[in-house]
Design a protein around this ligand. Structure first.
Ligand code: NAP
Length: 293
């Protein structure tokens, strides 16, 4: 196989050895990424394995240093390390730099380059054109809200982007950091409890909070189902379960729904290509996780 940029993998014997990709996070046991990447490596006959590694914050620097080994293709980074990993890297691509978070690292012959594939992965199930000139709303103000906001402002031109957040001060920071200028969007922040009109009027509502995730599946980040209607898109970044209460209620009011597996596979496909130079077989990857609980 070849490594990033077509570089041939080599072991100490001069023959390509088994390559390694890692997931660094805490916790990682719930992650579907190992199944996605293992299925893709196998389908393409790539001699590589993907290992989820639970890394507590105090061990992050040592774990990242280990990625410089020649057999390592790179890593994914997940909660809680997406921002804290940055000082341990040699370089950031422009998207990771603008978002201020890294979810993918490539090992380029010992040099570690940080990328953010969450933003482009978020856009994969959306058509930018349908969002242009229309209001959108994001629930939450964490890393996923930041990546979704960046994606919407750089790949589309919504009229208004409202961050509806339990912690509006965190959302204010995101709104200040994002490059709103290029899209011309009016970026607003609202306390979650006061965002009724923004959610009702939005063409696209994104849940970027963990509310509704297993095991608390009877919770919704937006408990008023009457806010939803036909002609609206409701996109839940939670993928466990796929059909969250939010999506069930939105669908019952006629809205189009998108579940979090779309973004999960979208971001994985881009990371896979960065590591291997090959296109991920999307349907194989999807089949590997589609029946997940
Ligand atoms: P994060 O950085 O921890 O942020 C979580 C956000 O949710 C924060 O704004 C937090 O508010 C808010 N929140 C938490 N509990 C809440 C509640 N009960 N009511 C209202 N707001 C609440 O996490 P993240 O990385 O952004 O991830 C958020 C969700 O997206 C997770 O479920 C994650 O699995 C999912 N995600 C999915 C994908 C995918 O590929 N599908 C990718 C990334 C993330 P405070 O600031 O007030 O705590």
């Amino acid at each position: 196989m070849s490594g990033p940029g077509g570089r041939a993998a080599s072991g100490t014997s001069g023959h390509p050895g088994t390559r390694l990709a890692l997931l660094l996070g805490d916790p990682v046991a719930h992650s579907l990424s190992p199944r996605i990447h293992a299925a893709a490596f196998e389908a393409l006959g790539i001699d590589a394995i993907y290992l989820a590694s639970r890394v507590p914050a105090r061990a992050l620097g040592a774990a990242v240093a280990g990625l410089r080994q020649p057999q390592v293709l790179g890593a994914n980074v997940t909660i809680p390390h997406k921002q804290d990993v940055i000082p341990f890297l040699d370089e950031l691509d422009s998207t990771a730099d603008a978002i201020g978070a890294v979810n993918t690292i490539i090992n380029r012959e010992g040099q570690l380059v940080g990328h953010n594939t969450d933003a482009a992965g978020f856009m994969t199930p959306l058509a930018a054109k349908e969002l242009n000139g229309r209001p959108v709303a994001i629930l939450g103000s964490g890393g996923a809200a930041r990546a979704a906001g960046f994606a919407l402002l750089t790949h589309a031109s919504p009229s208004v982007l409202t961050f509806a957040a339990r912690s509006p001060d965190r959302a204010e920071t995101i709104a200040r950091d994002l490059p709103a200028g290029a899209s011309g969007a009016d970026v607003r922040v609202s306390p979650l409890a006061e965002a009724g009109a923004a959610v009702r009027d939005a063409l696209l509502v994104v849940n970027a909070t963990p509310v509704g995730m297993h095991p608390r599946v009877s919770a919704s980040p937006w408990p008023d189902p009457d806010a939803f209607h036909a002609g609206q898109i409701v996109y839940d970044l939670v993928y466990n379960p796929r059909q969250t209460l939010l999506l069930k209620q939105a669908a019952s009011r006629g809205a189009r729904t998108i579940d979090g597996l779309e973004m999960l596979i979208g971001q994985a496909a881009i990371a896979f290509e960065l590591w291997t130079g090959q296109e991920m077989p999307i349907e194989v990857a999807r089949a590997a996780v589609d029946h997940s609980p």
